[in-house]
Design a protein around this ligand. Structure first.
Ligand SMILES: CC(C)(COP(=O)(O)OP(=O)(O)OC[C@H]1O[C@@H](n2cnc3c(N)ncnc32)[C@H](O)[C@@H]1OP(=O)(O)O)[C@@H](O)C(=O)NCCC(=O)NCCS
Length: 397
């Protein structure tokens, strides 16, 4: 018989043991970061204990919000899942994720994302692989040079500029799907201890208003292997994007490689030589609804999309999601209501995740065995749930 696992929130006294579990799992620095062993607002840290009271696993619920087509959606993003080597393969991760999901539901979270090192334990709990965060390397010399535009001001920024930087990020991120709002208790906490989260900040202004910025970390050296890591680069006009790209190009003599995370189709990407980008890192991410009614109600929907579809949903871990639903989308909003019909479409929670994030069409979800259709039924009606286009993540957690 598998041993019993007890999952509960960790106390402050248990955080050092939890950090040690994480260090063994992820090979992190031998000294904990200042946040690792003290209570931090905006996160719930769970521990799994065996019958003797020994800590055998941990997982963290990060109280994020994600932008979904103009509206912030409450998220229970998951990080730091680790199980002691001797306790692996006995259901500890499953027990942790199940309790985390219930806790997330109790605190009114709508959706959840995580970056897995292995998909199986998360798939077993209803998360599905729905996107990849790509970090690319680009030769700085390939970037177009630019003669500074006389109507724009380029200057170095500091901590006082962070509110304007945050507002510009929000302007770019809010109409996307999945990007973190970077607001809330957790972000306030980190901002208080680290008021400028980059080595350097390059600002582009027009008539005193911020129209673009790049936040970068310099790295070491100036030889052939030197890298400038551009943590953020966003612009709200083509001119500002050209200006930023021009400044990044100027690094070519000392940092031949620029490392950055691209946001498909944004103003900056439109001015980069994308053919010269080489993948540096690919981080798979997974998604799951915590509460399907909130997930549908809290987000924005494309204003031009209108329709309804009935479907049954199976969620083995979150029984509040299981049942028969009608999805109605109109005028930029949507809702799910329970219905008593016998629908011809039966969706698994992983299939729901694929559609909600725009990662797949209903036909491919059906082909994957995550949507079953009564004979003669066209699955396309459920493409309504995928309206809005694919989701992205730009922050690793
Ligand atoms: C990955 C890890 C958290 C899984 O924990 P665990 O307690 O062993 O997982 P569980 O026993 O609850 O397994 C849950 C399911 O995932 C499967 N699974 C677990 N680890 C797996 C692995 N490494 N490869 C394939 N399947 C795996 C199990 O077979 C089980 O499937 P089932 O429900 O169909 O039987 C654990 O192995 C670990 O801590 N690894 C090192 C750190 C790490 O990779 N953390 C994840 C960060 S995202």
């Amino acid at each position: 018989m598998p041993p019993t696992v007890h999952v509960r929130e960790l106390t402050a006294e248990e955080l050092t043991d939890a950090w040690t579990l994480g260090r063994f799992a992820f090979g992190s620095d031998p000294q904990p970061s200042p946040h690792a062993t003290v209570a931090v607002p905006g996160m719930t840290r769970y521990g799994a204990f065996d019958d003797t009271g020994r800590l055998v696993g941990k997982a963290v619920d990060l109280h994020h919000h994600q932008w979904w087509s103009g509206r912030p959606v409450s998220a229970a993003d998951v990080g730091g899942v680790a199980v002691a080597p001797e306790a692996r393969g006995r259901g500890v991760a499953g027990a942790l994720l199940s309790t985390l999901l219930r806790g997330a539901h109790d605190r009114s979270a709508a959706i959840s994302a995580l970056f897995p090192t292995v998909t199986a334990p998360y798939r077993a709990c209803g998360w599905e692989a729905t996107g990849v965060m790509r970090t690319v390397d680009m030769p700085a010399v390939a970037l177009p040079r630019h003669r500074p535009a006389p109507h724009l001001t380029v200057r170095a920024g500091g901590p006082d500029d962070m509110p304007a930087v945050t507002a510009l990020y929000e302007r770019v991120a809010r109409d996307r799907r999945g990007l973190l709002t970077r607001r809330g208790e957790l972000f306030d906490h980190f901002a208080a201890t680290d008021p400028l989260p980059f080595d350097g900040l390059t600002l582009v202004e027009h008539d005193g208003d911020l129209v673009g910025y790049a936040g970068w970390n310099r790295g070491r050296g100036y030889g052939a292997d030197a890298v400038l890591t551009v943590e953020d680069v966003f612009a709200t006009s083509a001119d500002a994007a050209r200006e930023l790209v021009g400044v990044l190009a100027s690094w070519h003599s000392v940092t031949p490689t620029l490392r950055l995370c691209l946001l498909d189709g944004d103003a900056v990407a439109a001015h980069l030589p994308l053919e010269a980008a080489r993948d540096h890192e690919r981080e798979l991410w997974m998604h799951r609804p915590v509460d399907v009614t909130r997930a549908v109600r809290e987000r924005g929907w494309p204003a031009h999309v209108r329709g309804h579809v009935d479907f049954a949903l199976d969620d083995g871990l979150a029984e509040w999601n299981t049942g028969t639903w009608r999805l109605e989308v109109a005028d930029g909003a949507a809702q799910l209501t329970r219905v008593s019909t016998e629908p011809a479409l039966r969706l698994s929670v992983r299939g729901f995740a694929l559609l909600y994030t725009g990662a797949a069409t209903a036909r491919s979800v059906a082909d994957a065995g995550l949507l079953s259709c009564a004979t003669g039924t066209d699955p396309h009606a459920l493409d309504l749930l995928a309206a809005g286009g694919p989701a992205h993540l730009l922050d690793y957690f």
